[in-house]
Design a protein around this ligand. Structure first.
Ligand SMILES: NC(=O)C1=CN([C@@H]2O[C@H](COP(=O)(O)OP(=O)(O)OC[C@H]3O[C@@H](n4cnc5c(N)ncnc54)[C@H](OP(=O)(O)O)[C@@H]3O)[C@@H](O)[C@H]2O)C=CC1
Ligand SMILES: CC1=C(/C=C/C(C)=C/C=C/C(C)=C/C=O)C(C)(C)CCC1
Length: 309
């Protein structure tokens, strides 16, 4: 462990966390000691299988639920190396649907994971990182932490919140030689979308009017599915961006060049009108215009996507 970087990742039962853990653990130079954590160890089978020969060598599985102090304390105190060099705050939950049908309690659970879960991890690790004057805090944010997306109101709020928290903290931490990095993927093909679809397929959307429910089900859901199909990245591509971030960390990493123009609109027009109107048109004039725009985006950014990951 002495010459290795100790990397702790949250939310490794599936998706991006799982692939990142496996990629790091499989490093041919064995530079990483990976602590792949998950809240529910009964789900560890998939990670164990993907880890193969790295299991209990460079990859170690541990229990950690970001929503509980005791779970975090217990996991951190059981670390053999006695330190964490890099923490990847990957655990996160999505939420879609009309706000009228979501209770405040339900909304708070999203913040418990996506905001306070990350804050809890950072608070637990900071004293030691500051003492050692070294560390890298990575957060799996989202493009939705920079630009809202219709019917993702609460999820967007939680990701904007962690962006604000980290952007503020990064300045102070630079004094202690600790780096903060936000990874901001667009859609990624993991269990994330399926979990959301399953959740909405069981909901009657109490409290929401029929017109809103119809916009959500008949306009948003198909358009969103199209976006995942056309723009969706693999979890391995996101893990690759993390690899790059380790060399000389910067604060932000947008992983998807196809999504960058949609974010850039925000900075091109201070009134916000360009973003609001463009997203409106893309959504409600979905169909031919939407498909053409997506195709154009792919053509415009094709050269770049060949040279990036
Ligand atoms: N997929 C996408 O399109 C995008 C995802 N992201 C972000 O990437 C991150 C990973 O998502 P992704 O891999 O796609 O989705 P998955 O749903 O596949 O993975 C999410 C992981 O987070 C875990 N998790 C949820 N709550 C907790 C908790 N309280 N404590 C510990 N672990 C928890 C889940 O565990 P369990 O199995 O127990 O539920 C699961 O392992 C999230 O932060 C997400 O917001 C960002 C941009 C796009
Ligand atoms: C771009 C775009 C859309 C959807 C974007 C989506 C669905 C992005 C999802 C990103 C995710 C899942 C990030 C996770 O953190 C709409 C509204 C369908 C139509 C207008 C243009």
């Amino acid at each position: 462990i002495d010459g290795q970087k100790v990397v702790l990742i949250t939310g490794c039962s599936s998706g991006i966390g799982l692939r990142l853990a496996v990629q790091l653990a499989s490093d041919p130079l064995k530079r990483f000691h990976v602590i792949a954590t998950m809240r529910n160890l009964s789900k560890k089978g998939k990670l164990e299988e993907a880890a193969g020969a790295t299991l209990n060598k460079t990859l170690h599985i541990a229990q950690l639920d970001v929503c509980y102090d005791e779970s975090v304390t217990q996991c951190l105190s059981s670390i053999q190396a006695g330190r964490v060099d890099i923490v990847v705050n990957n655990a996160g939950v999505g939420k879609i649907g009309p706000v009228e049908s979501l209770s405040i309690e339900e909304m708070k659970t999203i913040f418990e994971t996506n905001l306070f879960g990350v804050v809890r991890m950072i608070k637990a690790l900071l004293p030691d990182m500051k003492k050692r004057q070294s560390g890298h805090i990575v957060v799996m944010s989202s493009v939705i932490g920079l630009q809202g997306v219709v019917f993702n109101d609460v999820y967007a709020a939680s990701k904007f919140a962690i962006e604000g928290f980290c952007e503020s903290l990064a300045v102070q931490l630079l004094k202690f030689n600790i780096y903060v990095s936000m990874i901001e993927p667009g859609p990624v093909n993991t269990e994330f979308e399926m979990k959301l679809m399953e959740e909405v397929s069981q909901s009657e959307f109490p409290g929401a009017d029929p017109v809103t429910v119809q916009y959500f089900k008949d306009v948003y859901l198909p358009a969103s599915h199209d976006i995942f199909m056309t723009m969706g990245q693999t979890p391995d591509a996101i893990a690759q961006v993390f690899m790059i971030s380790m060399e000389r960390p910067v604060f932000r990493y947008q992983t998807n060049v196809l999504y960058t123009p949609l974010i850039a609109m925000k900075y091109a027009d201070n009134t916000g009108n360009l973003s609001v109107r463009t997203f409106y048109n893309l959504l409600f004039n979905h169909g031919t215009m939407f498909k053409i725009s997506l195709t154009l985006l792919r053509i415009i950014t094709w050269g770049e996507s060949l040279t990036s990951t």
